[in-house]
Design a protein around this ligand. Structure first.
Ligand code: KIV
Length: 282
């Protein structure tokens, strides 16, 4: 058995001190978590991307805290060495600090070791409330999919100097409020580099260039299971959708040809018992 990762260890993981970049992968159920863990991920994120890649919604705003808890529990049951972080879904941390802590606690009671939420300085009161309930929090800045209505779609953030400086200030505020790491999504590499240099907690990038303290991708994107969307930051390492369709079509063909199941894939009954039923030799 290896060493289980902790949010404390992750919080100290900065590449400027010579550390290798952190690896974070999303997973939404026990088999995907087991695969990510065996592949050596440091962090498994039960992302609200589950809404799109697993549950068939068009955006992440449709997933509920109950659904996130359900998927978090499945991931946690695989008992990974990686740190399990669960996304707080839209509207689960926007109402009040008390409501936010209660929702974070639901994810912890489902097996999360930390929670993640989206947004900048405006989230500080909620982050402080969760941290004071002894629950580690990961921040998320830049292109934040839960803000896609307010941000006018999925748009790269921080393209001008004013917006870039505002994001650096947001990152400092999140770190000061107690976030142990911050996801940087959909921003110019130069801005992610500035934020990474300006904060003492690790940054984990997605579409934010190579100079973050770690990188994250969505499980279904890495394995080529998701084929509808392919943003430029996704690198595919397999074509599991096509491979899967091919395998399933082969099964269908074998069934229709009468090739499946074979004798080896079937269970036998003792000849005497068959005789008692009048089946032997039939
Ligand atoms: O939900 C998710 O998958 C995420 C990652 C893209 C960081 O938040």
């Amino acid at each position: 058995m290896g060493i289980h990762r902790t949010s404390l260890a992750i919080s100290q993981h900065k590449c400027r001190s010579g550390a290798e970049p952190l690896v974070m992968l999303t997973a939404y159920d026990a088999p995907s978590a087991k695969m990510a863990d065996e592949a050596g991920a440091d962090v498994i994120l039960v992302g609200d991307s589950v809404a799109m890649v697993v549950l068939g919604h068009n955006d992440t705003m449709q997933v509920t805290i109950a659904e996130m808890a359900h998927h978090t529990a499945a991931v946690a049951r695989s008992n990974p060495e990686a740190l399990v972080v669960a996304d707080m879904p839209w509207l689960s941390y926007h109402i009040s600090p008390a409501d936010t802590v209660a929702n974070a606690a639901k994810l912890v009671r489902s097996g999360a070791q930390a929670v993640k939420l989206e947004g900048g300085s405006e989230r500080v009161p909620m982050i402080e409330a969760i941290v004071s309930a002894q629950i580690p929090v990961m921040g998320h800045l830049g292109l934040t999919p839960q803000s896609m209505l307010a941000q006018g779609g999925y748009r790269i953030q921080g393209r001008n100097s004013e917006a870039a400086l505002a994001m650096v200030a947001d990152a400092k505020a999140l770190a000061h409020a107690g976030c142990f790491a911050i996801v940087l999504e959909g921003m110019p590499a130069a801005v992610a580099r500035m934020i990474t240099g300006a904060t003492d907690v690790p940054t984990i990038g997605i579409g934010a260039g190579p100079d973050c303290d770690g990188q994250v991708l969505v499980f279904h994107d890495v394995l080529g299971i998701e084929t509808n969307l392919r943003p430029r930051f996704v690198r595919r390492y397999a074509s599991q959708y096509q491979d899967g369709v091919q395998a399933l079509a082969q099964f269908a063909a074998d069934v229709r040809r009468g090739d499946f199941p074979s004798a080896q894939e079937s269970y036998e009954m003792h000849p005497e018992e068959q005789m008692a039923l009048g089946l032997y030799g039939s």
